[in-house]
Design a protein around this ligand. Structure first.
Ligand SMILES: [Mg+2]
Length: 315
């Protein structure tokens, strides 16, 4: 497809999705124009998906690639407690021989999840490139007094994580080692589940003192929280909710800590623990905030080596 044919195709296929009164100028002009909801602050994020790092066309379907582009960004919005309507700007970097069927499949995935998560595609760009990439910017809304950030946890707070961790890391490691990742790991790697509802719940009820989404590894991301909050942490290794089938492989920190889990990692003041009860998503308490330092302890209280574990984009 030529550039302008592709833009027309996108405009047409997202027409219904974009019928929203707050989107004053949709796709097709130089810029999009949005009317913000009253007294809300805009939360904005951008993420890139690069072949070989965040997905593999060999193991992901085009739909999964499209969905993942949205979901990794939605996970960032979840970590701030951002509410819909969400607006997305999509950039395709396309090699000239990129198959039409693949681009249509990717767009079908984007559209499917726009509907699922209340996202409006507000604009974007298409550019030629030697390799295929997707970049997506996403915005949502918070009440300024209620947003979640990385800073704010205190000594004595309890540390929680949603869902399960580790499966995407292992899929990625197998893939990078030139092996065929186990299909049940690829399924998890390709289909992150952004925890929007719980992020909004934590923000609206002022329950999390700090929050981050686990994108670069649980140890490293917890490191971001304690650094931003100027505290320390002690993690209980046995308590970590490791993906069930992965547990049988007797994982060590190096096997589960490189990220792409897209769960929420958050801290709660002891006085607020009872208020977590209405949460229907799986949440697990995995440790405590301390005054300083960072330790991962096994069931005998011995320290495990969990330093320098995490994804670095420029390594
Ligand atoms: Mg994040």
């Amino acid at each position: 497809m030529k550039e302008f044919d592709l833009i027309k195709y996108i405009q047409k296929s997202f027409q219904k999705n974009n019928q929203q009164k707050n989107l004053l100028v949709p796709i097709g002009d130089d810029c999009s124009v949005i009317v913000p909801p009253k007294k809300m602050a805009q939360v904005t994020t951008i993420d890139s998906l690069v072949e070989g790092n965040h997905f593999s066309s060999k193991y992901f379907t085009p739909r999964e690639i499209g969905r993942k582009a949205l979901r990794v960004n939605l996970s960032d919005l979840a970590s701030m407690g951002a509410r819909p309507p969400y607006y997305a700007w999509l950039v395709f970097a396309l090699p000239s021989n990129f198959p039409d069927a693949s681009i249509k499949g990717i767009l079908a995935g984007v559209k499917e999840d726009c509907r699922r998560y209340n996202v409006i595609l507000a604009g974007g760009n298409i550019t030629g490139s030697a390799e295929f990439q997707i970049h997506l910017a996403l915005s949502g809304w918070v009440k300024p007094q209620r947003m979640l950030t990385r800073s704010g946890c205190r000594h004595g707070d309890h540390i929680f994580v949603t869902g399960t961790i580790g499966a995407s890391t292992l899929a990625y490691q197998q893939f990078k080692a030139g092996k065929r990742p186990y299909p049940w790991l690829v399924k998890r790697w390709a289909n992150p589940d952004p925890k929007l509802k719980i992020g909004i719940f934590l923000a609206e009820n002022r329950l999390a003192t700090a929050c981050i989404d686990v994108s670069d590894g649980i140890f490293q991301d917890l490191g971001h929280i304690i650094k931003a909050s100027n505290v320390g942490a002690e993690l209980n290794w046995e308590a970590l909710p490791i993906f069930p089938r992965l547990k049988k492989l007797k994982p060590i920190p190096q096997m589960i800590g490189f990220g792409e889990d897209y769960e929420l990692l958050f801290t709660v003041n002891p006085g607020n623990l009872k208020k977590l009860k209405p949460i229907r998503t799986q949440i697990t308490e995995i440790g405590r905030v301390t005054k300083q330092g960072f330790k991962v302890l096994d069931s005998r209280g011995e320290e495990l080596n969990a330093t320098n574990i995490g994804f670095s984009h420029l390594a």
